[in-house]
Design a protein around this ligand. Structure first.
Ligand code: APR
Length: 249
């Protein structure tokens, strides 16, 4: 059930700088599982087994199998950008001010929908990085310990170019700079459990001046920190919100 609350905010000026944070919920209707919903990924596998540097050091085959499965799922023709991804790409194209999407998602549905100003703060599973020399290359197929790094020529060190628990998210200084000067911050499809992304709304309240909006299926952990919220499936509420912005609502 879609609930908008409240509707009395002044129109956002067309010069407003917009930062949009997205999480797994925006890709759920594209056929990709979220992490913390009852049927989500972390209900089936343990973080400690597949998403930490220690897990990779202990059992790289298991970690590779997990990401190979996710990469393969992403390659299927059933997984395509949905109306929410398309709406954000449209916002970037049509909004006169700056629009930056910061995603926690390692899928590439935002870029496939046409978003170009995009930061993958948790990396992407369609790239490999060498643990030895740091070389990063595109990677669409399966990955294993037998693969040889094109940079240093060593085998065994290639890993998915994603950020695991205990590792530093990517491009944090660029993200913080954008958050500190933005006028509108929209959080979409994230449960607010994982930092630093879960702390962005607090950071804005402390050092920024942006109007803050949550668009999610249900209230996130930090829901009360947002000035405005709308709850429902992303494929419905995101296009509606973008329409409102572009029409000066
Ligand atoms: N539309 C909108 N929101 C949805 C939809 C949908 N169709 N389906 C689910 N959601 C919401 C859920 O209600 C939940 O609040 O999306 C959110 C997904 O939360 P998580 O599964 O915790 O995903 P996310 O917040 O992106 O996780 C953050 O944790 O383990 C990791 O590294 C992983 O980047 C990920 C990080």
């Amino acid at each position: 059930m879609m609930q908008a609350q409240p509707n009395s905010f002044p129109p956002v000026p067309p010069t407003a700088r917009i930062v949009i944070l997205t999480g797994a919920g925006i890709s759920q209707e594209s056929g990709l599982e979220t992490f913390r919903d009852p049927d989500g990924i972390w209900a089936k596998v343990r973080v400690e087994d597949v998403a930490t540097p220690e897990a990779f050091a202990r059992d790289p085959d298991r970690v590779h199998a997990f990401y190979n499965m996710r990469r393969a799922r992403h390659r299927t023709s059933a997984v395509v950008p949905n109306a929410a991804h398309a709406a954000l790409a449209r916002l970037e194209r049509e909004w006169p001010g700056d629009v930056l999407v910061v995603t926690q998602n390692v899928d590439s549905l935002h870029e496939r929908a046409g978003t170009t100003k995009l930061i993958h703060m948790h990396g992407v599973h369609s790239q490999a990085r060498c643990n030895g020399c740091g070389h990063v290359v595109p990677w669409d197929g399966d990955m294993s310990t037998a693969n040889v790094c094109g940079g240093c020529g060593r085998a065994g060190g290639l890993r998915p170019h994603v950020v695991w628990f205990g590792e530093m998210p990517l491009e944090m200084s660029r993200i913080q700079e954008a958050l500190s000067v933005c006028d509108l911050f929209i959080s979409i499809g994230t449960s607010g459990n994982v930092y630093p992304a879960a702390g962005f709304v607090r950071l804005i309240r402390r050092i920024g001046q942006a109007h803050t909006v949550e668009l999610n299926l249900e209230p996130s952990r930090g829901a009360n920190l947002f000035a405005e919220s709308c709850y429902g499936p992303a494929s419905q509420i995101v296009p509606a919100y973008v329409d409102g912005l572009l029409n000066g609502a």
